[in-house]
Design a protein around this ligand. Structure first.
Ligand SMILES: Nc1ncnc2c1ncn2[C@@H]1O[C@H](COP(=O)(O)OP(=O)(O)OP(=O)(O)O)[C@@H](O)[C@H]1O
Ligand SMILES: [Mg+2]
Length: 332
């Protein structure tokens, strides 16, 4: 658990970068710091592991003020992923990943075992990459290595500053999913900086939306999207915020609340999706194919019905306005 208690940062006596910030990252949660360039995200992150001093207020990790801990010790217990991965170009992949375990004095066998485990986690062959250098990897692979390096000594807390920032959208989504999958297993307490709304909505248990060093809203993504607390928040998410909220909901929820239609056997080449898919993916699938429906399958592969653009729109209406408007639709 990380607690920010009336935290402020003033640089050089006059630049107020962070202003009276209060929030808590619960154990095992991902909190995303979101906001325009210069709003104080990186400053806030770097105060946690004392790479920046705190001008006013207190940051606590599990109820202990960071100021009462030894700074070096503190940093060893906090995984830190900086933007553009920060791998050392003249060190091999294995040595990069094992920097912190090395500092902690782990023996060779323990390090090798951990290295292989971590590489497995991100779907890379440990043997194959052991002696390679960062520049011999693709951008996406380098960012994965940056993430597992921060996980290496199994720190309970992770600070991640735009860890996927350098990736193109498709690879980025893949790595986000991969990371969420890993997080399900490792259950770290994570503070994650992003300026990308889609990424924030996807990754966050809660979002801290900041402007000029102040918190505008701290809540679940769905709350920021559906109940913005002020004009800045609603403008930040933009007119298509309803569409963005689709990525928070699954076909299963649409089926439960509105129902599916019967699928038309006559339409050949109709694509299928699983009920656990999110509605944003579903909508883009619908928009990218000729047929006006996509068949919905249970996780076991049983055909449950079909989803149409109209149904997704009805769900949006239902979700955003809180009005159940699906009563005219045939249940599938
Ligand atoms: N070392 C410093 N000395 C003085 N001012 C600084 C320093 N570092 C950051 N600032 C200022 O503090 C404010 C917050 O900067 P910060 O880097 O935390 O923003 P950010 O939200 O991470 O932005 P970005 O999205 O561009 O990374 C900015 O106005 C910046 O110019
Ligand atoms: Mg920054």
């Amino acid at each position: 658990m990380i607690t920010f208690d009336h935290v402020s940062k003033i640089y050089d006596g006059n630049v107020t970068a962070v202003k009276d910030v209060n929030f808590t990252v619960e154990k095992g949660d991902i909190v995303v710091l979101l906001g325009p360039s210069g709003c104080g995200k990186t400053t806030l992150l770097r105060m946690v592991n004392r790479l920046e001093s705190i001008t006013k207020g207190t940051i606590r990790i599990n109820d202990k003020s960071t100021m009462d801990l030894d700074a070096i010790e503190l940093r060893r217990n906090i995984g830190y992923v900086i933007q553009s991965n920060g791998l050392f170009p003249n060190m091999t992949i294995e040595d990069n990943v094992m920097i912190v375990p090395d500092l902690l004095g782990w023996d060779k066998q323990k390090k090798r075992k951990r290295y292989n485990e971590l590489m497995d986690l991100i779907g890379l062959d440990g043997e194959e990459y052991r002696k390679r250098y960062p520049l011999e990897l693709s951008g996406g692979q380098q960012q994965r290595i940056g993430v597992v390096r921060a996980l290496a000594a199994d720190p309970p807390v992770m600070l991640m500053d735009e860890p996927f920032g350098a990736l193109d959208p498709i690879i980025r989504e893949k790595i986000q999913d991969e990371f969420l999958q890993i997080q399900k297993e490792v259950q770290k307490t994570i503070l994650f900086v992003s300026h990308d709304i889609d990424e924030a909505v996807r990754m966050a248990d809660k979002i801290v939306l900041m402007k000029d060093g102040e918190i505008m809203q701290f809540d679940k993504p769905s709350e920021l999207l559906t109940h913005p607390s002020n004009a800045f928040v609603s403008q930040f998410f933009g007119k298509d915020r309803a569409l963005k909220s689709l990525s928070l909901h699954t076909v299963q929820e649409l089926k439960d609340n509105i129902g599916l239609v019967h699928f038309d056997e006559a339409i050949l080449d109709t694509k299928t999706i699983k009920v656990n898919q999110d509605l944003r993916n579903t909508l883009s699938m619908l928009l990218n194919q000729e047929a006006d429906q996509v068949i919905v399958e249970s996780m076991e592969g049983e055909k449950l019905g079909a989803v149409t653009i109209d149904l997704v729109q009805q769900y949006l209406h239902y979700e955003i306005k809180g009005m159940a408007s699906g009563s005219t639709v045939e249940k599938g």
